[in-house]
Design a protein around this ligand. Structure first.
Ligand SMILES: C[S@@+](CC[C@H](N)C(=O)[O-])C[C@H]1O[C@@H](n2cnc3c(N)ncnc32)[C@H](O)[C@@H]1O
Length: 256
């Protein structure tokens, strides 16, 4: 099967890929490919559709972002195959899926363009951008370009060596525009405070992964466990769905 993305012609043999079917409440499930042997994509970030992403997808579909469907601008970090981004897009968000390598995610977006006809997906677009967490300038560019209201990530915490860069990326992406913040303080009486950017992370409850939550709290996020998902055949460990909000923006919201 041949797929065209921009100037790049992808010649992809889907027989080498694994197909994951995701119920999105439509007649046909969404079909998202992963590349178990990195056979089609040079450095595949989507060797699998990782267990925590199934839980994040369920949470988004069942519970929204903690208060109904999300219709603003979302950014996914370490998106891999792009499944979570695709589901958010289906539900009406404008989505930027990011990772260090984008071929498989772009292939899956092209493969699922039929969902562009859905009412929800029509409201916002879906695109991809390279974002490696140690590249803080790239994070600043994403923040300036799309100003996200929601950031999502599944199964990103397995390596504690990259926690610091991941948290720094989250700090940059959730930073308030200083000018807007000043204006809001000046007009405190008249203007309602803008909704803070929400981060939703699906984190397996293994020791090294939990360290990310501890670091996030220490670096200025209020953290709330929204849901604890017991082990299933998709994931051997319990998975926590965590909501993170920058403390300065949260202004006294509850911590856990
Ligand atoms: C375990 S996979 C999870 C993929 C996807 N979120 C899922 O649940 O199916 C971890 C993802 O994080 C990405 N990643 C790892 N280190 C990264 C870094 N330093 N900067 C950006 N992305 C990174 C990988 O490329 C990979 O796609």
């Amino acid at each position: 099967m041949k797929r065209k993305h921009g100037q790049v012609q992808l010649a992809v043999d889907t027989r080498e890929l694994a197909e994951n079917l995701i119920d999105v409440g439509q007649e046909k499930p969404m079909s998202v490919f992963s590349d178990p042997c990195s056979s089609e994509f040079a450095y595949s970030t989507g060797n699998s559709l990782w267990g925590a992403s199934y839980e994040l997808i369920r949470f988004i579909q069942e519970d929204g972002d903690g208060g109904g469907p999300f219709c603003g601008q979302a950014v996914e970090l370490g998106a891999g195959s792009g499944a979570v981004s695709l589901v958010l897009w289906m539900r009406g968000a404008a989505v930027l899926g990011t990772d260090v390598e984008l071929g498989l995610m772009q292939f899956n977006i092209d493969h699922n363009t039929e969902y562009g006809a859905n009412a929800g997906a029509k409201r916002g677009g879906i695109s991809t951008a390279c974002l490696e967490w140690k590249d803080h300038n790239a994070a600043r560019t994403v923040r300036a370009d799309v100003s996200p209201g929601l950031i999502v990530g599944a199964e990103l915490s397995y390596d504690s060596d990259i926690h610091a860069d991941l948290i720094e990326t989250l700090l940059i992406l959730t930073a308030r525009d200083p000018k807007e913040e000043r204006e809001e303080q000046e007009q405190e009486e008249e203007k309602e405070e803008e909704e803070p950017c929400v981060v939703l992370l699906a984190v397996p409850h293994r020791d090294e992964d939990r360290e990310l939550i501890t670091t996030a709290k220490a670096k200025g996020f209020n953290v709330q466990l929204m849901k604890a998902c017991p082990p299933t055949e998709e994931h051997a460990s319990e998975v926590g769905i965590y909501k993170l909000v920058r403390r300065s923006a949260a202004k006294g919201k509850k911590t856990q």
